[in-house]
Write a protein that binds this ligand. Structure first.
Ligand SMILES: [Zn+2]
Length: 131
């Protein structure tokens, strides 16, 4: 069984096919560790060449950064940060219906995942500024 890396590096996606989990540092750079179970009811990982995609979106609502993004073909697609209030509102359908839809904030930056397959598949993502 593959060993879980003790420390995660920013910009690298660690995937264990045995454990059906992917780990990465939050794409915003806050350093929080994000664990995404790769099971049918949670997340699915696809690799296209070196590019990793994870679906659905990753919402780190329990982190201070509250980042929310999709890893799509090696790139971070920011989905906008949801405030606590917005999240709470989402749990109250009546209130939600009276609110305007939550719009995604402009993407502050993008990064790229580049991966190679190993016991622990390692996918790096880097900032691709200017795109
Ligand atoms: Zn973060």
């Amino acid at each position: 069984m593959a060993e879980i890396p003790e420390t995660l590096e920013d910009g690298i996606l660690y995937v264990s096919r045995e454990c059906h989990v992917a780990l990465h540092h939050c794409a915003c750079g806050c350093g929080e560790e994000v664990s995404t179970p790769l099971v049918p009811t949670e997340y699915s990982l696809t690799m296209t060449g070196d590019d990793a995609s994870i679906w659905p979106s990753i919402g780190n609502h329990d982190f201070a950064c509250r980042s929310h993004y999709v890893i799509d073909h090696g790139r971070i697609e920011w989905s906008g940060r949801m405030s606590r209030a917005a999240i709470e509102a989402g749990r109250e359908k009546d209130r939600l219906l009276k609110r305007p839809p939550i719009k995604a904030a402009p993407a502050p930056r993008r990064r790229r995942f580049i991966g190679r397959v190993a016991d622990w598949l390692v996918a790096t993502f880097r900032r691709i500024t200017g795109r």
